[in-house]
Design a binder for this molecule. Structure first.
Ligand code: GDP
Ligand code: MN
Length: 420
């Protein structure tokens, strides 16, 4: 169906993040050793999961890890209980209590922008920091796209387990980079150089040389824009394993991976953006109070500029795209209307393919359907604008709900004044 295709083409997916347990499952497929674990979403499932993990791995201690789309969980705090987001259970008898301290709570970390994220799932993982013949070591390793050089880059460091930005700032000499030409792929000598720079020898060296190409293949194979392992861990018996996994998938590659697209966790995203996405609309949430509905990305940018120019700030912008009909207009208004910060709505349409009378019919229908939280100011120009304005004028919508202005600047002024 033409309409469906149009909606798919306009789907907004800059990138999509995965949970730690999902990233680890991908790594395992590519032959990487990981800290094993079982994910649960109820307290009742915790102890049976821990028992199963002991059968599979022999572990007698467990690491309970909140699964949210943000790093720094170990140092983060659960609002309701004061627990950290990653905690150690020293025995099966502690598992239930540790899980209860995290699951269902709101976890705040340095990466959650001040607001706690609801923890819907926890990973019960094996303890891999057990004592043995050598010291354990925490490294850092990530693969990402270096746009400047047009190549992939492996960034790695002996200083793992901590904030990598801190390492970059205070001890930049401990951060290494290895560029990889995507046409040639990762070369054997590069993996050996990495293992050498990390100060490894013997079995640990050999295991690192095996680890690096598997991680690189995983990054390339799933069209990731970033695959970060922190800490990348050397056990006391010289195994090299991924203890954490942070993955961002390139939205433009997602159509090649329906299995990965299905892993999307909408509970981690802005609810208004999810709603817009489902309606096939491009919606971007911003910090101000003027809701903006426009057609086309270029007009979106100039609308934001004009709102700023007249002293206002946009709460969001919603791009209804090229071929808006009455239905799409109505759901677009629904989306803007569900944004609590919106104090006025600025509809700025320049009809090209989008026809003025369709826009007008959509608005009339939407105003009938929803209780608007804010007044609308509309500037309608371009194809069939005259007819559109006539429809709006004759619809009998009171001025307190909708007014029309002939130019973009005047409409912006009116919308900003209403928002104040
Ligand atoms: P992050 O804080 O969100 O990056 O979560 P991580 O998965 O990196 O875990 C945070 C910290 O928990 C690690 O840096 C370790 O210090 C600790 N940790 C993780 N796994 C284990 C484990 O198996 N045993 C012990 N004792 N500590 C662990
Ligand atoms: Mn980590």
């Amino acid at each position: 169906m033409a309409h469906e295709k149009n909606v798919l083409l306009r789907r907004k997916f800059d990138s999509m993040n995965l949970h730690e347990f999902q990233g680890k499952a991908i790594l395992k497929k590519y032959g990487v050793a990981v800290q094993e674990g079982i994910v649960v979403d109820t307290i009742e499932a915790a102890v049976p999961a821990a028992q199963k993990l002991t059968e599979e791995t022999g572990t007698s201690w467990y690491v309970v890890k909140a699964q949210i789309h943000a790093g720094g969980r170990g140092k983060g705090t659960v609002e309701e209980t004061g627990s950290h987001g990653v905690v150690l259970a020293k025995g099966i008898d502690q598992v239930e209590e540790k899980v209860a301290g995290i699951l269902g709570g709101h976890l705040t970390t340095l990466q959650t922008n001040g607001k706690g994220k609801k923890v819907n799932q926890v990973l019960i993982a094996q303890d891999v920091y057990y004592p043995g013949p050598t010291e354990v070591q925490e490294f850092y390793m990530s693969v990402l796209l270096d746009r400047e050089s047009g190549r992939n880059v492996i960034i790695y460091s002996t200083e793992g387990g901590m904030d990598i930005e801190h390492v970059a700032e205070h001890t930049p000499e401990k951060l290494f980079k290895e560029h990889i030409d995507p046409r040639v792929g990762l070369q054997g000598f590069q993996a050996r150089k990495i293992a050498f720079n990390l100060g490894l020898s013997g079995d640990a060296f050999k295991n690192m040389v095996k680890f690096v190409p598997c991680l690189y293949n995983a990054y390339v194979g799933i069209d990731a824009s970033m695959f970060e392992i922190n800490p990348l861990f050397k056990t006391s018996d010289n195994k090299i394993i991924a203890v954490d996994a942070k993955v961002s998938l390139d939205g433009n590659g997602l159509f090649r991976h329906p299995d990965l697209a299905a892993l999307r966790d909408k509970s981690e995203e802005d609810p208004t953006e999810v709603e817009a996405d489902e309606a096939g609309l491009n919606f971007v949430k911003l910090d101000g109070n003027v809701g903006c509905m426009v057609n086309g990305a270029g007009l979106a940018m100039s609308t934001l500029d004009v709102v700023n120019q007249v002293g206002g700030t946009a709460a969001n912008f919603l791009d209804i795209g090229g071929g808006a009909n009455a239905d799409l207009m109505a759901s677009a208004l629904d989306v803007i209307n569900s944004d609590k910060n919106v104090k006025s709505i600025f509809i700025n349409i320049f009809g090209g393919i989008t026809r003025g009378e369709e826009v007008a019919k959509g608005i009339v229908e939407a105003v009938k359907r929803v209780t608007l939280r804010a007044p609308i100011v509309i500037r309608l120009d371009g194809t069939n604008a005259e007819e559109g304005r006539k429809i709006l004028a004759e619809a009998g919508i009171p001025d307190s709900q909708l007014t029309s202005r002939p130019t973009m600047l005047e409409a912006a002024r009116a919308a900003v004044a209403l928002a104040k």
